[in-house]
Design a protein around this ligand. Structure first.
Ligand code: 13P
Ligand code: ZN
Length: 391
């Protein structure tokens, strides 16, 4: 079967278009990957070509390997390609890649006919698909997009998974049912790099959604419907929260922890208790008491450490000033001793001279000593000359 005629390609393109229609894919924003089932590979492999094996690098010179995915095939969006064009021309905007057995090389077996590479987030997708496969072998879709309301909240809510999740949970009852494990938060880090991939993969060990601060969101699902539906639910709740916050920083009414707990039994879920902390007052975005306490203690510890190191530095400086003063004092004492010794030796000289009955004068300098006999000789010579003239 031709890839273009497959149900897989159609579902993939539909999800891309759905995301675009939501406004989550400006320009080339976002990327989508799907780990293919063995029967899908089997049905489409006659349409595959054999591309060149390439290194999988997070960024230049940073190779990576995903042995847990060795030998698997993935449908992936192209880097720099626009989601709005995927449905129109899948073969130019999407590719199917194969991973080698070691999971450290890939080759394009279909698509990107006009040239190009898989998404720059390919290593991040693979890192997450690897973690997700280990968590649940039926997890196949990883989706990254730029949903406006979710991104907006990363500027005004604490970047804390518990606070972010709780505020989103309170906006739409369905949230806690759709993702009872809540939302993970990745602070701002460079996209396409190892750090963003690894931080997100850590979240995906337990949770289905990660928010990338000031950038976008990342989620997973068994299939395209579930992955899109999950993102749609998060972004809808984020939209309501943005509206509420535009009206007031406080809520007059809301869903309480006990109301959330009441959802567990009828929906057969277990909402993570971490998100059901007690709140003080009605202000949106307040930290849970234990997090606030921990943050305060951390600040106090940091201040104490800073104060300690300032005192240490001051003591160090005072110590060195003191030792310099001591050295100076020692120097003064040595100079005084030398002066005293000089005086004593002068006194001894005077006394010794007196004993020998010679007159008191300073010892003659070497130059003066050298000049003296010459003067005597000259005087003698003059006398001789005078004698000669007289003669
Ligand atoms: P790509 O075009 O390489 O997929 O990058 C888009 C994006 O959103 C990066 O985070
Ligand atoms: Zn992005």
């Amino acid at each position: 079967m031709k890839v273009l005629d497959s149900k897989l390609m159609k579902s993939y393109a539909r999800m891309a278009m759905d995301g675009f229609n939501q406004g989550w894919h400006e320009r080339n924003g976002g990327n989508l990957s799907y780990r293919m089932k063995a029967e899908e590979v089997e049905a489409l492999k006659d349409d595959f070509k054999e591309g060149e094996w390439r290194v999988i690098g997070w960024q230049k010179g940073d190779e990576s390997a995903f042995p847990g995915l060795g030998g698997e095939f993935f449908m992936v969006s192209g880097s720099g390609k626009y989601f709005r064009n995927i449905e129109l021309d899948p073969e130019d905007n999407v590719c199917i890649i194969e991973l080698n057995e070691e999971g450290n090389r890939y080759r394009i077996v279909w698509g990107l006919v006009g040239g190009g590479m898989p998404t720059s987030e390919l290593p991040t997708h693979l890192a997450n698909l690897e973690v997700l496969k280990a968590r649940d072998p039926e997890m196949r879709v990883v989706y990254h997009c730029h949903p406006g309301n979710t991104i907006a909240l990363t500027f005004v809510l604490p970047l804390d998974s518990r606070v972010f999740t709780r505020e989103i949970f309170e906006m739409v009852t369905e949230c806690a049912v759709v993702f009872p494990e809540g939302i993970g938060i990745v602070p701002w880090v460079i996209c396409g790099g190892r750090e963003i991939g690894e931080l997100t993969a850590e979240i995906m060990k337990k949770q289905d959604v990660a928010v990338w601060a000031h950038h976008g969101a990342f989620c997973c699902g068994h299939d395209f419907d579930l992955a899109f539906g999950l993102m749609h639910t998060v972004e809808k709740a984020a939209e309501v929260l943005v509206k509420v916050m535009a009206i007031s920083p406080n809520k007059m009414n809301t869903i309480t922890p006990d109301m959330f707990r009441a959802l567990n039994e009828p929906f057969g879920i277990h909402i993570n208790e971490d998100f059901l902390y007690e709140k003080r007052g009605t202000r949106i975005g307040q930290l849970p008491e234990d997090v606030r306490k921990e943050a305060t203690e951390k600040t106090v510890r940091q201040l104490q450490e800073t104060a300690g190191s300032v005192v240490e530095q001051l003591l160090g400086t005072a110590g060195s000033v003191l030792s310099q003063l001591r050295e100076l004092k020692k120097g003064d004492a040595a100079a005084e001793d030398a002066e005293e010794e000089e005086l004593i030796s002068e006194e001894i000289f005077i006394e010794e001279g007196d004993e020998e009955g010679s007159f008191c004068e300073a010892p003659m300098s070497e130059e003066a000593a050298a000049e003296e006999p010459a003067a005597e000789e000259a005087a003698e010579e003059t006398t001789e000359t005078n004698i000669e003239i007289e003669g």
